[in-house]
Design a binder for this molecule. Structure first.
Ligand code: OOB
Length: 554
């Protein structure tokens, strides 16, 4: 059989940077297995994770992770093997993630909303040997997805299902403790601990290798900035696998500090408020649309929300006006968070004045986060002017996993990551996000590549050509609009959307709006880039919309 060569997993900073980051005390040689074991030994009976019906102490989290690690190694998985995990907001998510760390296996974090198209891509790109999913979550049966995956990806050796009925797959609950199987040594702190997924500015998501040293630094330093301690009780209502609720400071920061992670399956304000009251939640992180929705519901609730100390908002732009509304609704401190799974995270500080909290997306975590704001030619712009954000630092990757093309595009020769965001930087180093250079759509914090959605639509027999653009949306921030030139009879939008779902695409990538057009006008030269075409379609659409709303007003 022709097996592809095994890809080395690495994330490499040049030697002089390694020396610098170590000397500065950012990289301390800590690892995930060591930190969990230490916390379990020291804080054993304290609550690590709760959700609506479970409560795990630190000792139980370690015990669960050790059982899962032993079970996976007993199946024959080998140190360094990648395992795609797709688990929603339940304590088992952390049991599995830490189980993989203890076994020396490498999690690849998928979101619950991903379907066969995305999961297949992650499995191939990471050459995963295993897939672990919940039986059911959010009304979806992941065994169906697992079946398609096994049929499509013969190299995937193991499928493990957590739930009452694993069907033909290995039940996670059949795993037995076996300390003899567990590695006794901690991993190399500079090795890759897991693969996170990128928002995907062009084409399919890329895989982001993060090391123990760099990631632990990012949440240890975040804890200090966000005031996370043993007494923090941090609510997670965004998908646990996303980088924001994972590490900014997220669940990893909270577990590192010895606090309690409170998991909500639901994003409905009343469900979450019930947990906030019951667990006396002190901190939480939301994307702007949810922050606005919860802020609207908060003044009316009968629940006691007085334990809340800090509400973090990030993942997409929070406008000044929205920030005011969020503060008015919650009556607790607002913290803006502007980060990316590739690394760099900015926070407004807890002692910043209102002006900064309302109008900026914060400043970087580390004194060694290098930030450049440059023009089209790569030259720095004048202070306060808009430009493209480039960054390099002790927790920002130097390259994606197994993707030379993306690496050539996304990193400069001297190792700066091109974030694709357009920002202004103040004299104090605070960033205000103005927009972005790439054609991705930020739909309520979910990043969608226009190109990826176009590729799917072009496969439909009644689609001749298509351009997918973002349209400003009061609730979502941005929505997905597909301009389609039909081939023959126009397809019916609901049927077209249903067809996309059947292709196994995450629901958040399916266009919210479909507009049929006869042709895409070209410029005098007769040729346009996709980028210009998308920009022109968006501008014309918004102009027409504002004209028709003006004529509609009496
Ligand atoms: C977070 O991570 P990703 O990887 O899903 O998305 C990163 C992109 C950024 O490049 C930027 O375009 C956008 O999301 N973004 C924001 C923002 N926070 C993220 N745009 C405007 N304002 C903000 N506050 O989204 C993420 C990772 C860690 C912490 C927080 C968010």
């Amino acid at each position: 059989m022709n097996t592809p060569p095994l890809l080395p997993l690495h994330q490499t900073w040049p030697d002089d940077f390694v020396a610098r980051y170590r000397a500065a005390g950012y990289w301390r040689g800590e690892t995930f297995p060591a930190f969990l074991r230490e916390r379990a030994a020291r804080l054993g009976e304290r609550t690590a994770i709760v959700d609506i019906d479970q409560r795990w102490t630190y000792a139980q989290l370690l015990e669960r992770a050790e059982t899962i690690a032993a079970g996976l190694l007993a199946l024959g998985l080998q140190r360094g093997d990648r395992v795609v995990i797709q688990i929603g907001n339940v304590p088992e998510f952390y049991g599995v993630a830490f189980g993989l760390f203890l076994a020396g296996l490498v999690p690849v974090y998928a979101l619950p909303a991903h379907r066969i198209t995305e999961i297949g891509h992650f499995v191939r790109k990471s050459q995963a040997a295993g897939y672990i999913a919940l039986q059911h979550y959010d009304n979806f049966d992941y065994r169906t997805l697992a079946r398609e995956l096994q049929a499509q990806e013969p190299a995937l050796r193991h499928v493990v299902i957590a739930g009452e009925d694993a069907a033909e797959f290995t039940p996670l609950h059949s795993f037995q403790p076996n300390p003899a199987l567990l590695p006794t040594e901690n991993p190399d702190p500079q090795s890759v601990a897991f693969l996170q997924i990128s928002g995907g500015s062009t084409g399919l998501s890329k895989l982001i290798p993060r090391t123990h040293d760099d990631y632990i630094y990012s949440f240890r330093a975040s804890n200090e900035i966000c005031g996370i301690t043993e007494d923090s009780r941090y609510l997670i209502a965004l998908p646990a696998a996303h980088n924001f609720p994972m590490s900014s400071p997220g669940a990893m920061g909270v577990l590192y500090a010895g606090g309690t992670v409170v998991l909500s399956r639901s994003t409905l304000p009343e469900k979450a408020f019930e947990l906030i009251e019951r667990e006396r939640v002190t901190d939480l992180g939301l994307v702007p649309p949810l922050a606005l929705l919860w802020a609207q519901a908060a003044p009316q609730t009968a629940r006691n929300l007085s334990s809340l100390r800090v509400l973090q908002v990030g993942g997409a732009k929070l406008t000044t006006e929205a920030a005011r509304r969020v503060i008015a609704g919650f009556r607790c401190q607002l913290q803006q968070v502007f980060g990316m799974a590739e690394g760099l995270v900015n926070y407004t500080r807890l002692d910043d004045g209102e002006d900064t909290v309302l109008n900026t997306q914060g400043r970087p975590i580390s004194p060694d986060d290098e930030v450049l704001v440059v023009d089209d030619h790569g030259n720095p712009v004048a202070q306060g002017q808009s430009g493209y954000l480039l960054t390099r630092g002790p927790y920002t990757i130097r390259g994606y996993h197994n993707d030379d093309t993306a690496n050539a595009r996304s990193f400069t020769d001297d190792g700066f990551y091109r974030t694709g965001d357009v920002v202004q930087r103040s004299a104090q180093g605070y960033l205000t996000v103005q927009g972005r250079a790439t054609d991705h759509i930020n739909r309520a914090g979910e990043k969608i590549s226009a190109e990826e959605v176009e590729d799917h639509l072009l496969a439909h027999p009644q689609v001749f050509d298509v351009a997918v653009v973002s349209i400003p949306d009061d609730f979502l921030g941005e929505r997905i609009c597909a301009f389609i030139i039909p081939r023959g009879e126009k397809p019916k939008p609901p049927a077209l959307k249903g067809w996309m779902r059947e292709r196994g695409l995450a629901a958040f990538k399916i266009p919210d709006q479909i507009v049929f057009v006869d042709a895409f006008e070209t410029t005098a030269v007769g040729k346009t880039s996709r980028k210009e075409l998308r920009a022109r379609l968006r501008t014309e659409f918004l102009r027409e919309q504002s004209q028709s709303s003006k004529t509609a007003t009496p």
